[in-house]
Design a protein around this ligand. Structure first.
Ligand code: PEP
Ligand code: MG
Length: 887
């Protein structure tokens, strides 16, 4: 038997542990094996390993003899378990062929159902089931799906043919068609295939099977799957498994049904079964939005005020069995499960279980609740919540007091509030978002092709589809607010207009969505900031208990400092002082300083800036109330401050009394070809020491004033940027020390302070041992360190880096997630050499990577003392640091 094929179900589960390993068997395959193993009713089948996907795609899409033998044996296993035979005219076995990657990629890859039907086996199915209508309906479904997925024939051709049959017979819904109509339609479908391909629809069931297996592997390389992988950081070499499984039928009449369910509410986290089902239907009917699915439980139906009976009421026995399965699965997996099931003539079958996707709010609630229920411990709860998902909770909700112009309502598919201009297709969404507009994507329903538009949009509104529709599932995963199934929305793509209820709107009009209630409103409704209490607070307390590294913030405005503190920042890791100089009231003085011909001119301008800088630092020291504050002296490329337009030169000339021509000449002298590698960072301090002297004075004066006024300790940390050599630091440290001594003498108060440096150039990392003789702390500036190590410009990288990530040259954008292999080595080496010179030297990171969970894990491994992240990333960093500490 092939090492790449694993059986499950039918009492013959594979004993190979790889059959339950998601990396090998894929998520779906591993969970089917697991469910069969704990005795749940799983239709028998087999899984082809993810490893085959890579060889198939590398070897010119061919299958080897070993795999062929393995699949033949797998089919034999399903045949003997079901007592049916593949291709048999009397008692045919039908199978489904589904993808299943290591992590779920909803709707991204292909599925074929009812495989094994042909002109002869359809007769056997009709006789065996005693239901010819069902048999012919299944056959036409199969032809349509197989033609779409495997043969590449446009599915609209089939849908149009069905519409004509309905029209000719005066039918409205599919359920009105009888066996003879479906049979006639099969004839037409086969003609469509023959016309499109120039050969008949494949009748050989083995050819069908291999076609479907190949198509699933091909779909791993489809454009939409690639986009999804890129958005979700899924490596291309993982591959997908293929699951071949005996079909069970939810469309065999009124004692049959199919549904999807969650063991807890995936939107709120509430401990209540949650799901949708349809009587007499096949799986894809529930998610396709053709019929409106019904509530699973009586409780949910009553709460929604809906009429059609819930499964609990309509099929009490099957429901009771299902509820018992829910309980068993939660105990077994110790997590909320997302389940697909089918009832075939009152017999329950489990088709899938997996850990369910959930909103951040639900993830938090479930993690905290499950600790309370004794199902998991605190450490597991911490690991359960994706730090990046917290982002969803840190964003605003609608102000309850704000006026609202209600247009309509849909299902509350993904929480959060968003306002923006209506866009009607994914391309427009992306184009307008790239121009900086907030947009709301409004569609009849979304499909995987819309994924880039959904990502670009601030919110998503669909006219059709339930809570488990594509739009709902994908939006929840992306953290976008979504209102689905809003039937009062009608869209006219020709005129690019729409109606919501009675109101006429057009593309570009502003609307607001509340994904937590399903409300659709006209205009932009004001929002309020979230409160970080409840489950969020609980989880953060646990995270703080388990983490080792401190979490600081990158902030320079009082507002950012306050936000960061409310998010739990334990200090400022980077205060970028250049941001303080762009202020309209100060820029002239800054330009005067830069363009001054000599030191006296510079000192005159700096004298104007000193009181302003002092006030900046005072405010920060007050807000941070004794927490450590690292202030970095001026770093920007000088040219960023230069005037550009004639009007700016004229204005500056008036303000400082120097002629325009002189100013232009001086600006020309300062022009640089590579400003990022030019006159910036400590090079400014070396050439214009009076600038750093002014800043140091402002820092120490502010620190002493605040210390005296508050009676609290203020310990400023003065940081020198872009150091490459020990000598640069020695010169500038001496300047800072001198200034501190002067201020302390003037004020009659001495404070502790530290002088340290950024490590953001490869030379600084290499020479860290020597530099540590002058520095009390290192802060890794991994933005510049990445730029200079990779030789990739931070500002130009966006144009080509995505191609690098797509081709797997870098697994992720190295400016977002630290290139641990390369740049990481420099960080490790500098940390080691710095510590050797100065044991206990304080080490932190302040590049953007300080807010990225994977990079934070690296910082933990390297033993850094703290990470510093932008204010909204502080909670993410706290949780990620705890996860990293827990390993
Ligand atoms: C860095 O280079 O990582 C850094 C934090 O400094 P800046 O981004 O301001 O250059
Ligand atoms: Mg830098």
């Amino acid at each position: 038997m092939s090492a790449y094929v694993f059986y499950f179900g039918g009492g013959a589960n594979s004993t190979d542990p790889r059959s339950r390993d998601k990396t090998i068997a894929g998520g779906k395959g591993a969970n089917l094996a697991e469910m069969a193993g704990i005795g749940l009713p799983v239709p028998p089948g087999f899984t082809i390993s993810t490893e085959v996907c890579a060889t198939y795609n590398a070897n010119g899409k061919s299958f080897d003899a070993d795999l062929r033998a393995g699949v033949a044996a797998g089919v034999a296993h399903v045949e003997s378990s079901t007592g049916r035979k593949f291709g048999d005219t009397a008692n045919p076995l039908l199978v489904s062929v589904r993808s299943g990657a290591r992590v779920s990629m909803p709707g991204m890859m292909d599925t074929v159902l009812n495989l094994g039907l042909n002109d002869e086996t359809v007769q056997g199915l009709a006789q065996g089931s005693g239901n010819p209508r069902f048999a012919w309906d299944s056959y036409r479904r199969f032809i349509q799906m197989y033609s779409d997925v495997v043969l590449g024939i446009d599915h609209h051709l089939f849908e149009d043919a069905l519409e004509i049959v309905k029209e000719d017979n005066g039918f409205y819904a599919d359920v009105e068609l009888e066996a003879e109509h479906w049979q006639a339609l099969v004839g037409e479908y086969k003609a469509i295939v023959e016309k499109a391909l120039g050969r008949p629809f494949p009748q050989d069931v083995h050819e069908q099977l291999w076609g479907a297996i190949g198509a699933v592997f091909d779909s791993w390389e489809s454009e939409r799957a690639k986009v999804y992988r890129r958005l979700n950081d899924i490596p291309g070499d993982w591959g997908t498994a293929v699951n071949v499984q005996a079909m069970v039928f939810g469309n065999m009449g009124d004692t049959s049904a199919t549904g999807v369910a969650f063991t807890r509410d995936p939107a709120t986290g509430e401990k209540a079964y949650y799901g949708e089902w349809l009587v007499n239907a096949q799986g894809e009917d529930v998610v396709a939005g053709i019929r409106t699915p019904q509530y699973l439980t009586k409780f949910a139906r009553e709460r929604a005020g809906a009429k059609p009976l819930s499964m609990e009421e309509a099929m009490p026995e099957a429901y009771t069995e299902l509820a018992a399965v829910f309980e068993l699965l939660e105990k077994h997996y110790k997590d909320m499960q997302d389940i697909e099931f089918t009832v075939e003539r009152n017999k329950l079958w489990m088709l899938q279980t997996r850990s369910g996707k959930r909103t951040a709010k639900a993830a938090l609630k479930m993690a905290v609740d499950m600790v309370g229920e004794g199902l998991i411990d605190e450490a597991t709860a911490i690991k359960r919540v994706d730090p990046m998902a917290l982002d969803q909770l840190l964003h605003p909700t609608l102000d309850p007091k704000a006026e609202r112009d209600y247009l309509g309502k849909g299902l509350p598919a993904s929480p959060g509030a968003a306002s923006g201009a209506i866009v009607l297709d994914a391309e427009t969404a992306q184009a307008r978002a790239e121009r900086g507009d907030s947009v709301i994507l409004v569609r009849v329903e979304t499909s995987p092709e819309d994924i880039h538009g959904m990502h670009a949009a601030k919110g998503i509104l669909t006219a059709r589809g339930g809570m488990t529709s594509h739009a709902a599932v994908v939006a929840r995963g992306m953290g976008r607010p979504c209102v689905s199934g809003a039937s009062s929305v009608s869209i006219d793509m020709n005129s690019r207009t729409l109606k919501i209820g009675t109101r006429d709107l057009k593309e570009g009009d502003i609307i607001t969505l509340d994904g937590a209630t399903g409300d659709i409103m006209g205009g932009a409704v004001p929002t309020i900031e979230p409160e970080l209490v409840g489950d969020f607070g609980t989880l953060m307390v646990w995270a703080d208990k388990h983490r080792r590294m401190k979490v600081r913030t990158n902030a320079e405005t009082p507002e950012d400092c306050r936000t960061a503190r409310s998010f739990g920042a334990e200090g400022i890791g980077l205060c970028r002082t250049e941001h303080m100089f762009f202020d309209a009231g100060r820029i002239s003085a800054v330009r005067q300083m830069i363009l001054a011909e000599d030191e006296d001119g510079r000192r005159a301008a700096l004298a104007k800036l000193l009181p302003e800088q002092r006030a900046d630092f005072q405010a920060i020291f007050e807000i941070m109330a004794g927490l450590p504050v690292t202030i970095r002296l001026l770093d920007p490329p000088l040219h960023e401050f230069l005037p550009h337009s004639d009007a700016e030169f004229a204005e500056l000339s008036d303000a400082i009394g120097i002629g325009v021509e002189t100013l232009k000449r001086r600006a020309g002298e300062l022009h640089e070809f590579n400003p990022m590698l030019g006159h910036r960072g400590c090079r400014l301090g070396i050439t214009f020491p009076e600038i750093y002297e002014m800043q140091a004075r402002a820092i120490f004066e502010a620190a002493v004033d605040v210390a005296l006024a508050s009676g609290e300790a203020v310990v400023p940390e003065v940081m020198i940027p872009l150091v490459a050599t020990k000598k640069e630091l020695s010169i500038l440290k001496a300047l800072v020390d001198r200034t501190a001594a002067q201020v302390f003498a003037e004020k009659g108060k001495v404070l502790d302070y530290l002088v340290g440096t950024m490590i953001e150039l490869p030379r600084a990392a290499l020479m860290a041992g020597e530099i540590a003789e002058e520095a009390k702390f290192f802060s890794f500036g991994t933005n510049d360190l990445t730029q200079t190590t990779l030789g990739v410009s931070r500002d130009d990288a966006a144009r080509f880096l995505s191609a690098y990530v797509e081709q797997g040259i870098y697994a992720r954008d190295p400016f977002v997630s630290l290139d641990v292999e390369g740049v990481g080595q420099l960080v490790e080496l500098a940390a080691e050499r710095g510590r050797k010179t100065l044991p206990g030297i304080k080490l932190g990171i302040c590049g953007e990577h300080g807010g990225d969970p994977a990079s934070i894990a690296f910082c933990e491994k390297t033993g850094l003392d703290y990470v510093s992240a932008s204010p909204f990333r502080v909670p993410i960093a706290r949780l990620a640091a705890a996860q990293a500490a827990l390993g």
